[in-house]
Design a protein around this ligand. Structure first.
Ligand code: SAM
Length: 279
């Protein structure tokens, strides 16, 4: 796939606060998250679903692609990925990694915030789209995202969307044990201000019902699973490294609990699969 196959805005536009914030951590992101034990374990759960959903020769749109880990993985399986992110530095890292691995892989990276998806004008509609690890939690209006995606994804196409949850049981227990009440319940009011290296932006924690409703006019939810239900959030990486046997056990447990009703909504993330319907 070439960049020419998809028109995208070349004009300058105001940066989103979240894009600027992630610029600051792009250089360290792979070390902090992608290559961490916890990041790897949580990503494996997402990859299982992505590889079941998309096939060789599919043409897929990725939102908030970060440093390109998922795009490069899928491109290695013969899936064409057009991957976007609001962070210029994340995109630079992704392009650098792609060049390092193989510029023959069918992946293209593009600086584009989710809020401006509507400006994408692909020559053909995508077979599906996905968003991994909470980029959509940085967006205030999910209905607008759903509407934009309805133009970009073909009928019967699939969406695989990974959000941070409203209610993360391990996080609540962890911070309660430390006596940090405010942090324990920081997600529960539905939004919070986050500071990344001095840049502030809002993170939203929609419930599954709210997400479903936002996408309902165009996309129907057909399954969802927890990600990081038994495996803890990534800020517990040091603990995971100190307790390799416990962590191995939690990884195995994850496979058992991630699909269980109620429990599947209480992890660090939730992965929702939608199908494009009429509308
Ligand atoms: C936690 S990282 C996940 C990155 C990548 N998907 C992964 O799996 O490693 C969140 C990403 O969302 C991006 N992001 C935040 N707000 C965004 C927005 N409004 N539009 C597009 N991308 C955004 C950030 O730049 C960052 O790369």
């Amino acid at each position: 796939m070439s960049a020419e196959s998809t028109a995208f805005p070349l004009a300058d536009y105001p940066r989103t606060a979240s894009g600027s914030a992630f610029d600051r951590i792009a250089e360290d992101y792979d070390q902090i998250f992608t290559d961490s034990l916890i990041g790897r374990a949580q990503r494996d759960s997402v990859w299982k679903v992505l590889t079941k959903t998309f096939r060789e020769h599919d043409h897929v749109l990725e939102l908030n692609c970060g440093t390109g880990e998922d795009a490069i993985f899928l491109a290695g399986k013969g899936i064409s990925v057009f991957a976007c992110d609001a962070s210029r530095q994340m995109i630079a890292r992704a392009e650098q990694r792609l060049r390092h691995i193989s510029s023959q892989l069918p992946a293209v990276f593009c600086e584009l915030p989710i809020e401006r998806l509507r400006e994408l004008q692909p020559k053909t509609q995508f077979d599906g789209a996905f968003s991994n690890f909470s980029g959509l939690n940085c967006v205030a209006d999910l209905s607008e995202v759903a509407s934009s995606l309805s133009h970009l994804v073909k009928r019967d196409g699939r969406l695989v969307l990974c959000f941070s949850t409203r209610f993360c049981l391990i996080e609540i227990l962890h911070y309660l044990v430390l006596g940090q009440w405010r942090k324990a319940f920081r997600r529960c009011k539905g939004h919070t201000r986050v500071t990344l290296d001095d840049v502030q932006f809002t993170v939203y924690y929609p419930t599954i019902r709210q997400i479903r409703r936002s996408f309902a006019p165009y996309f129907s939810l057909y399954s969802y699973t927890g990600v990081g239900v038994a495996v803890p959030p990534s800020y517990l990486e040091r603990w995971a490294r100190r307790h390799p046997d416990v962590f191995r056990f939690l990884r195995r447990l994850e496979g058992l609990v991630a699909r269980l009703p109620i429990l599947r909504s209480t992890g660090d993330h939730v992965l929702l699969c939608f199908e494009r319907v009429s509308g």
